[in-house]
Design a protein around this ligand. Structure first.
Ligand SMILES: O=C(O)c1ccccc1NC[C@H](O)[C@H](O)[C@H](O)COP(=O)(O)O
Length: 251
């Protein structure tokens, strides 16, 4: 059994790490380089940086952040936010990213996934999907930082993204984001039945048991969290100890 991964997420807005609830009311939680170094000390398996403003001038800030962080931490780095071309992917890989997450631009143009996978290898291409349940209980895809609802069913879009070459999926429940109510297990159960690439769960982690639950029942390969780690409610070591106790393979 491949080791499962515990992945802190740094949502970066204008060069600062921010955190909100359901993608709103963002508060400043600190400097990205310092926070990344702390997560390395705690034994994180991987880091995700999301540039949640992702306007052009912030894109340069993000590249600088990636260069600084990649010179200090040695975990795999996934970078996302506003990526919309093969050139953007190349610039982030050059700055030190190991993987690049594409979200809105992949929905607008799925061929970008294929172009990135063909040029850099599909292991570099993560498709990030932000999901919210509608009134009839269907999982719907949102883009533009969770601001725009699409007509896409998230399960179908996940399948399409992998068919276009995505090497990994980062699936965020907007409904659970920042709530600490636990991961949306049924979302991951549905997606893991239709794709055969690694899935990273994201949104809602509140207790160490939430991580074991999403690995066991959600059938995912990695569990991403922001709030509980940023606010010091859990350390990565505590989560890993609890997950190991449940018999799950983890580094
Ligand atoms: O993903 C986005 O586009 C976005 C935009 C604005 C604000 C937050 C955003 N994403 C939320 C992150 O993916 C967030 O770190 C994960 O959902 C993990 O959240 P918690 O572990 O519940 O805090």
């Amino acid at each position: 059994m491949l080791a499962k991964r515990i992945i802190p997420c740094l949502d970066v807005d204008s060069g600062r790490v921010k955190k909100g609830v359901n993608f709103n009311n963002l508060t400043d939680v600190g400097d990205p380089v310092e926070i990344a170094a702390e997560y390395q000390r705690q034994g994180a398996d991987e880091l995700v940086f999301l540039d949640i403003t992702a306007t052009n001038e912030h894109r340069k800030t993000m590249t600088q952040v990636v260069e600084q962080v990649s010179s200090q931490v040695f975990m795999p780095l996934t970078i996302g936010g506003g990526v919309s071309s093969v050139q953007d992917i190349q610039a982030l890989l050059k700055a030190g990213a190991d993987k690049v997450a594409i979200n809105s631009a992949a929905v607008d143009n799925p061929d970008l996934i294929t172009a990135g996978a063909e040029k850099f290898g599909n292991q570099c291409i993560v498709v990030a999907i932000d999901v919210s349940k509608n009134k009839s209980g269907e999982y719907i895809v949102y883009i533009h930082g969770g601001k725009t609802a699409t007509k896409l069913n998230a399960i179908d879009w996940a399948k399409t993204a992998v068919e276009h070459g995505a090497g990994e999926l980062l699936i965020t429940s907007m409904d659970r984001d920042g709530t600490k109510d636990g991961f949306d297990i049924s979302l991951y159960q549905e997606i893991s039945q239709v794709v055969n690439v690694p899935i990273i769960a994201s949104g809602g982690a509140g207790r160490a048991l939430d991580f074991s639950e999403v690995f066991k029942q959600g059938n995912v390969d990695g569990a991403l969290a922001a709030s509980v780690f940023h606010y010091g409610e859990l350390t990565i070591e505590e989560v890993k100890q609890a997950v190991k106790k449940e018999g799950i393979t983890i580094r």
